[in-house]
Design a protein around this ligand. Structure first.
Ligand code: B12
Ligand code: SF4
Length: 535
């Protein structure tokens, strides 16, 4: 007999509604182009994610037009399994609960429905790690209600934590009521809070469950607010061989530390994570020991600064050398030298994400990046020497940005040898350290709408487009997927040359759309087809 399911956790799903954009009239593109530009490609009367153009070529149909079974085999960045549901489910699975993970609801909806319909009272957790609005949560809840009777929803993860830390716990009550969500857990590192909730859900005795909000007879109730340090001991490792992973995948995401020792002035992460929490190497080793017996070839580390402190990083590389994985991660270029780059290559490093942010020394000082142009150049040179693919992310419009600092970035992108780059307008988070210097920089606004003494958000968008249109020495990648896109293509057996050649064609398609040549892409489509079918 099949063991009863205690909980289903949904890791992620697409939040961009390509269909709605496709229904908007093209002759009024100027009104909404900031939402589609450089993010989607227009083809066959609609906007698509660039990976869906690959689907169109390889399968002769788009992802949305395909069955769930077919979608699981098609290209979609969310088919790559992420770490959030695996970590959230770890204590439950390690303590014998039957917790099912739905990696990408858009591909696995049929599996989800079958599992949920087998439950007497479907208990469904939604991870908000990749979500940024309540409305997308509402949409997914409605979609689930159409198929599942009397579901009970639990919500948690990065978005909920962020909402509570910036707006206070009261901010949860209205949306929870509106969408009929019974429980919200609002703590960082909340896997044991979730385990305690699920273990006590029948008795409804929540005296031992921290960081929970719930309704008791329609009354909005809270339990004790308690900081959790990250669970990174050997006993806390995700039981990878018992975790549901998607088919058509050879990659696992891992972390060997949580938090960050740096305090870059635009970043809220160190504030939220309360410092840097490195795990012992045993924590990593135990996971490598499990996954070496699985059908896994690639690892993506989500650590923010895995190569600092340097001695710890060297120990990690020595450990990785004993296995045969290809790996990818964020890297701080200023701590790379020849010896480290060599060790990285020998241990399987295939690609890195460099948070360069700016190549201008003055802006780097304002950002508190503890780096400078020269040292960045050197770091990239060492990585290239050992044939490690580099992706570098830049922020446009940080306080103090001028046309001169922009030119420094352009020169760096053109001359440093980085393989791929992305551009993102400065995002003004009121809880980031730079907010304390708002007066000094004349910084006003919020999020993607801001101005300061030397630039405003509209100007930053214009500058971004100018850079995008003028660089051919390095290849542009969407900042929302970056290194993960490259690692995903490698997972899908693409060689680096094909990834580069095909992405150059994708960039050209984006440029055509920017020039309003929406219906003019036949040649590009056929070049892309030649490129990827010959891989
Ligand atoms: C990998 C990654 C990606 C990859 C994902 C690829 C893939 N297939 O996995 C890519 C590059 C595609 C990506 C894209 C985006 N990402 Co991203 N990404 C990350 C990253 C580096 C790791 C995510 C992860 O797996 N974390 C693992 C664990 C640690 O996540 P966690 O949420 O903290 O989970 C813990 C708890 O919250 C809890 N938990 C998790 N789920 C649940 C559910 C319940 C019910 C409960 C109770 C608990 C619980 O358990 C975990 C263990 O404690 C994080 C940064 C980070 N270090 O987390 C950013 C991060 C998640 N991304 C973020 C953002 C904003 C995005 C984008 C929107 C891009 C953008 N504009 O910046 C897009 C999404 C676009 C879209 N939706 O279409 C933000 C999210 C902020 C938020 N939600 O408030 C983060 C936190 C980075 C940041 N600080 O800005 N991303
Ligand atoms: S940007 Fe990266 S290195 Fe800087 S504080 Fe944030 S997480 Fe740390």
């Amino acid at each position: 007999m099949r063991k009863k399911i205690d909980l289903i956790i949904i890791g992620k799903f697409e939040t961009i509604d390509y269909k709605s954009y496709s229904q908007l009239p093209l002759d009024r593109i100027d009104i909404y182009s900031d939402l589609t530009q450089n993010r989607m490609i227009y083809l066959d009367n609609g906007f698509h994610h660039s990976l869906d153009i690959y689907n169109h070529i390889k399968y002769n149909r788009y992802y949305d037009e395909s069955s769930y079974e077919e979608r699981r085999k098609m290209y979609n960045i969310w088919n790559l399994p992420s770490l959030n549901p695996a970590l959230a489910a770890t204590p439950m699975i390690n303590n014998g609960l039957n917790c099912k993970i739905i990696n990408n609801l858009d591909s696995d909806f049929d599996i989800f429905v079958e599992l949920a319909q087998s439950m007497d009272r479907p208990l469904i957790a939604i991870s908000t790690t990749f979500l940024l609005t309540w409305s997308v949560i509402g949409k997914v809840i409605n979609k689930i209600r159409e198929k599942i009777d009397r579901p009970i929803f639990i919500i948690g993860g990065a978005f909920i934590n962020d909402q509570v830390s910036t707006k206070g716990i009261e901010t949860l009550e209205n949306p929870l009521r509106k969408y009929g969500i019974s429980y919200a857990i609002h703590s960082y590192n909340s896997e044991y809070d979730l385990f305690n909730l699920v273990s006590n859900i029948d008795s409804k005795d929540f005296s031992k469950v921290n960081n929970l909000t719930y309704f008791d007879d329609d009354k909005f109730c809270l339990t004790k607010d308690q900081w959790n340090s990250p669970y990174i001991l050997k006993n806390d490792i995700p039981p990878w061989d018992k975790i549901d992973l998607p088919e058509n995948n050879k990659t696992i995401q891992l972390r060997s530390s949580s938090g960050c020792t740096f305090k870059c002035s635009f970043c809220t992460y160190p504030v939220q994570s309360k410092g840097f929490h490195p795990a012992q190497m045993d924590y990593l080793k135990a996971q490598l020991e499990i996954i070496k017996h699985m059908d896994i070839e690639n690892i993506i580390f989500i650590d923010d600064t895995p190569n600092f402190p340097v001695p710890r990083f060297k120990a990690m590389l020595e450990l990785l050398k004993k296995y045969d994985f290809r790996w990818y991660s964020f890297i701080r270029a200023q701590y790379i030298d020849d010896g480290i780059a060599r060790m990285m290559k020998e241990s399987g490093c295939d690609g890195v994400y460099l948070g360069i942010e700016s190549a201008d020394n003055q802006i780097l000082k304002y950002m508190k990046k503890a780096a400078n142009t020269k040292i960045y150049m050197k770091g990239v040179e060492y990585l290239k020497r050992y044939d490690i693919t580099t992706f570098a992310a830049f922020i446009i419009g940080f306080p103090g940005e001028t046309s001169k600092s922009i030119q420094t970035n352009i020169d760096f992108i053109k001359n440093s040898g980085i393989d791929y780059y992305s551009l993102k307008e400065f995002w003004y988070a009121p809880n980031a350290p730079i907010a304390k210097k708002a007066k000094e920089f004349g910084l006003e606004g919020f999020g993607n709408k801001w101005k300061h003494n030397t630039m405003n958000s509209n100007e930053a968008s214009t500058v971004k487009m100018e850079i995008f249109n003028n660089i051919s020495e390095s290849i542009y990648l969407d900042s929302d997927s970056g290194l993960w896109y490259l690692a995903y293509m490698r997972d899908q057996d693409y060689d680096w040359k094909t990834i580069a050649d095909s992405q150059r064609i994708i960039v050209e398609m984006l440029r055509y759309d920017n020039q309003k040549r929406y219906l003019d892409k036949d040649n590009l489509l056929s070049s892309l087809s030649d490129c990827i079918t010959n891989n």
